[in-house]
Design a protein around this ligand. Structure first.
Ligand code: KG4
Ligand code: ZN
Length: 369
């Protein structure tokens, strides 16, 4: 047993990597994510081919809608209230009983501290009660596995994580090896969708609202200037688009036209920068994940690039527990030791070092979750 592992957390080291139970029966991993405003629990089964998602239960908190953004303390309380009722559903949907679980994984960061602690402590407690190994997972790694596992992809590939809190482009050189090649200087992509939807009165969360309104709008009605045009690096910026959207709205642009034009500009920025990075780094595959990966226009645009683009299956774009179970499955299959039960949560924990760029806005670090 590794030195950093408390005696109470069972080791997997002397067991076949796909079968910590050692019994010849299937191996089931429970994943828990409570990093923000979704309470997610999912079960993944290890199979010889690739991990299979057996259930994915998400409670999306609606309490934040009236504030137009996530209220951290309300999020923590809702997680506490919901998590215990979601576990039986996640197990029932997977067709297994509690004692069939072989491994528990939970997000330890990044995210809202109070919210993270709910799922992390619940997962640790469950692993102790069942006497099975526990794995702490990185939220962004979960997002990446949600897309990569679907098609059984193995590195090298580029990974674009686009959600309400992140816009990160990683070069994944080997399993678990991440190099950050670009990030947003200001707002995250999903955050910009949310803010533009709010100013145009389209509702919250803004991504699906913009997407729906864009169907009825003219994408060329508002001429947005592409962000960071001419840059040589692979950074993103969305705050200029947001300000331009506000000005256009004040000048009388129709919400549908604003939505269609903003979506077109945001999608083009994400796709063009990723394609340039793929060419520069010699990558032919890109994994796109996070809530914004649900966007139809983004999916269609990547389909035109000539790159092989992988997206998460339905229900795995936005925050969920199954993606954390997939990250746990990867750790297990890589032979990683279980996580220490005294490890804490972290609001900000990079998956890869931030690029050494003097122009990089450090507020993006603080915002990253
Ligand atoms: O991954 P996620 O559930 O949470 C974070 O980790 O942030 O992503 C939520 C974000 C929200 O900003 C939401 O507006 C955006 O994903 N989103 C979308 C779409 N569906 C969700 N953005 C654009 N188009 C969509 N269809
Ligand atoms: Zn997320």
């Amino acid at each position: 047993m590794p030195a950093d592992q408390p005696a109470s957390s069972p080791s997997t080291s002397d067991m076949p990597s796909c079968n910590p139970s050692g019994s010849g029966r299937p191996t089931f991993i429970l994943g828990i994510d409570t990093s923000c405003d979704d309470t997610g629990l999912g079960v993944v089964e290890l199979t010889p081919v690739r991990p299979q998602v057996r259930s994915n239960v998400v409670w999306s908190q609606t309490v934040h809608a009236e504030y137009g953004g996530v209220m951290p303390e309300l999020a923590s309380r809702e997680h506490v209230e919901r998590i215990d009722t979601l576990l039986p559903r996640a197990l029932a949907d997977a067709g297994i009983a509690l004692h069939d679980l072989d491994v528990v994984a939970a997000t330890s960061g990044p995210g809202l501290m109070g919210a993270l602690l709910v799922g992390l402590m619940y997962g640790k407690g469950l692993s102790q009660a069942l006497n099975v190994p526990f794995y702490a997972a990185h939220h962004l790694e979960g997002h990446i596995y949600a897309a990569a596992s679907e098609e059984g992809l193995t590195p090298p590939y580029l990974a674009l994580v686009v959600s309400g809190g992140h816009t990160h482009l990683f070069d994944v050189t080997a399993p678990g090896e991440y190099r950050l090649v670009g990030a947003t200087r200001d707002d995250a992509a999903g955050e910009a969708f949310d803010k533009v939807a709010r100013l145009a009165g389209l509702g919250y969360p803004g991504g699906p609202a913009i997407s729906a309104a864009a169907e009825r709008g003219d994408p060329l009605a508002v001429p947005f200037k592409p962000p960071l045009q001419g840059q040589e690096g692979f950074e993103f910026s969305f705050s200029g688009l947001k300000t331009a959207a506000l000005l256009a709205f004040q000048r009388g642009a129709r919400p549908e036209d604003l939505a269609a034009s903003f979506q077109r500009a945001a999608v083009r920025s994400l796709v063009d920068t990723t394609v340039r990075a793929a060419h520069a780094l010699g990558r032919e595959t890109v994994v796109v994940s996070g809530g914004v990966a649900a966007n139809r226009a983004l999916r269609d645009a990547f389909g035109q690039t000539g790159l092989r683009a992988a997206f998460p299956a339905g229900g795995l774009n936005t925050d969920n527990g199954a993606m954390i179970a997939l990250a746990g499955a990867a750790a297990l299959q890589a032979g990683q030791a279980p996580s220490p039960l005294d490890g804490g949560a972290a609001a900000y924990v990079p998956l890869a070092p931030l690029p050494a760029n003097p122009q990089f806005d450090t507020s993006a670090r603080r915002k990253a979750r």
